[in-house]
Design a protein around this ligand. Structure first.
Ligand SMILES: *[C@@H]1O[C@H](CO)[C@@H](O)[C@H](O)[C@H]1NC(C)=O
Ligand SMILES: *[C@@H]1O[C@H](CO)[C@@H](O)[C@H](O)[C@H]1NC(C)=O
Length: 554
């Protein structure tokens, strides 16, 4: 009995170990989708203005027949949603434009249409609207190409007792659970009335399939993680859905049960100025950070971290909260496994004041000196996941808790199972992850990107990136190592269709890029200690808010 059990166990395992992923596992569809409108593929990072991929949400319907891509118009107003053929990745039908949308913040595909999370200014004259046409979060449902409803997830009438919320940047995600028959959205907000007015935090909202906003005790949240620096959100069979936030006080939390900066501490992170090292991609990140294994209650979370040493008490926050210094100059990739939506499979991060090691619980995917960013994860099946990231082999990391700059040295795609690496990662210099990684009905994992000469070596101009494109590409990873024949086109010269950023880089940015580490000053950053807000009590779902987000404050 024992012998045959071992045989059954080892044969498939060794088969997988022998296989891993290879270059032929990666299939690309370069410039397969012609866009009706132009798109800016670069979004500048908070604080540093370093280039990030601007997210293009991508989703496939439950029946596997319809895929949709959402993108922000290059004018930065109007979100376009284009149906895509899930095998050729070419356009199906014409574009649906959601007029006034300011960011493509999340997309769910249905068999009969889609739902889009975006942000938009309220009509002029709206009572209790935020000042200066600041956009508020909104969920749209389209059925067979026509708008069926739209529901605001902030602004007047939404959690008025706590305070009204706007979302100047729609960083977050939208999911739908068939079992719960409910949409969930988790996104960054800034409040403009109430106790948290002027502060950045986050909110979780649930919406029924008919568009009714539902307040669910123990699941909905008007205000959660201080100055949210990254969101990972995935559907569960019932609310609350699986949620993770990175905040600016020193932690990444599995906060499914608390919806706040509390719960199970996944990681200690070094922080400054409302940032924590862009663990979930920073601006335009917050997608495909948490993947649910297919047909399972388990999840896998991926992020990047500089590690944590020298745990100190977070005096401002109190309550046993900690701060840490970074162990490394660069960021490495890590994963955490969840047994289910609110249980970590492994140890939580320590909160022991005075501890030297604050990261001994971390399951590192990389442990080198290359800077890793843009980490994402998706599930092939009930066991195997694809973890991806980008590298700068020789990085300059002069800004504490921000991104690094340097020559881009490749995208990496690592197969993992049961928390362990399987084989070597596949490396690509011309395939990136710039939108949701989706498990297709045939088991491939596919995602959108813009085929371009990708550069991470300097900040984009103060006025933001200028390059635009009207072509979208898609890549897929096959677990069985048989990429389809479309790869022939992957080496064609489409990268030339998008110029490099050199022309948009201003001399002031060159100066910034070589400047010493950012030093917070009273003039540039509102001091956290100056904010008279209630202290978080253990067991409550509300934590102290942090300083307001200051952009381009150098
Ligand atoms: C972050 O790490 C730096 C060292 O790189 C340290 O000086 C700073 O105090 C840390 N920040 C916090 C909030 O602990
Ligand atoms: C901590 O991070 C900063 C910013 O990346 C870096 O300059 C510094 O060298 C790091 N500290 C260590 C000990 O590597």
């Amino acid at each position: 009995m024992l012998r045959s059990a071992l045989t059954l166990f080892f044969v498939p395992l060794s088969t997988v170990l022998g296989a891993g992923l290879s270059d032929s596992s990666l299939e690309t569809h370069v410039d397969s989708l012609a866009l009706e409108f132009s798109f800016k593929p670069v979004k500048e990072a908070y604080w540093t203005n370093l280039p990030h991929h601007r997210r293009t949400p991508f989703a496939v319907s439950p029946d596997g027949k319809s895929a949709y891509l959402a993108y922000l118009d290059s004018s930065e107003t109007d979100v376009h949603v284009q149906q895509v053929d899930p095998s050729t990745f070419a356009a199906v039908g014409s574009t649906v434009t959601v007029t006034g949308g300011k960011e493509a913040g999340g997309l769910v595909a249905h068999d009969d249409g889609f739902a889009l999370l975006t942000n938009e200014a309220l009509p002029s004259g709206t009572a209790n609207a935020p000042a200066d046409n600041t956009p508020v979060p909104v969920l749209y449902r389209y059925t067979n190409g026509e708008q069926t409803w739209k529901t605001f997830l902030g602004g007047p009438g939404v959690h008025e007792d706590f305070g009204l919320a706007a979302s100047p940047d729609l960083n977050g995600d939208l999911v739908f659970s068939q079992e719960a028959n409910m949409y969930g959205a988790y996104f960054v907000v800034t409040d403009y009335t109430g106790d948290a007015a002027g502060h950045f935090g986050d909110s979780i909202q649930y919406v029924k399939p008919d568009g009714t906003l539902q307040t669910i005790n123990g699941a909905s949240s008007a205000w959660g993680c201080s100055h949210n620096t990254g969101i990972a959100f995935e559907a569960a069979d019932a609310a609350p859905f699986a949620s993770i936030c990175a905040e600016d006080q020193g932690d990444i939390w599995l906060n499914t049960d608390t919806q706040s900066m509390s719960g199970i501490k996944i990681s200690n992170e070094n922080t400054t100025n409302g940032a924590s090292g862009e663990p979930l991609g920073g601006m335009s990140g917050s997608y495909s950070g948490l993947a649910r294994l297919i047909g399972s209650d388990s999840y896998v979370f991926a992020w990047v971290s500089r590690g944590a040493i020298d745990l100190r008490a977070n005096e401002w926050l109190g309550g046993g909260n900690t701060q840490a210094s970074n162990r490394t100059n660069n960021r490495n990739v890590a994963i955490a496994q969840l047994t289910n939506k609110n249980t970590l499979n492994g140890q939580p991060a320590t909160s022991e004041i005075g501890a030297h090691d604050g990261d001994s619980q971390v399951n590192w995917v990389t442990q080198g000196t290359a800077d890793c960013s843009n980490a994402h994860v998706a599930a092939f099946d009930g066991e195997n996941v694809l973890v991806t990231w980008e590298e700068i082999a020789d990085p300059f990391c002069e800004n504490i808790a921000m991104g690094c700059r340097g020559t881009f040295t490749g995208s990496y795609f690592q197969l993992m199972a049961g928390g362990a690496k399987v084989g070597e990662p596949v490396k690509s210099m011309d395939t990136f992850v710039a939108g949701d990684m989706v498990t297709m009905s045939d088991g491939r994992i596919c995602w959108p990107y813009v085929s371009m000469d990708w550069k991470l070596d300097q900040a984009v101009g103060w006025d933001g990136p200028t390059d635009t494109t009207t072509k979208m590409s898609f890549a897929c990873m096959n677990l069985d190592g048989t990429g389809s024949s479309n790869t022939a086109s992957s080496t064609s010269g489409s990268a030339a269709s998008l110029s490099t950023f050199a022309t948009s880089v201003l001399t002031t940015k060159a100066a910034l890029a070589t400047a010493p580490a950012v030093t917070p000053t009273q003039a540039t950053v509102e001091s956290a200690t100056s904010i008279p807000l209630p202290v978080a009590q253990p067991g409550t779902t509300r934590a102290k808010k942090s300083c307001s987000k200051k952009r381009r404050s150098l």
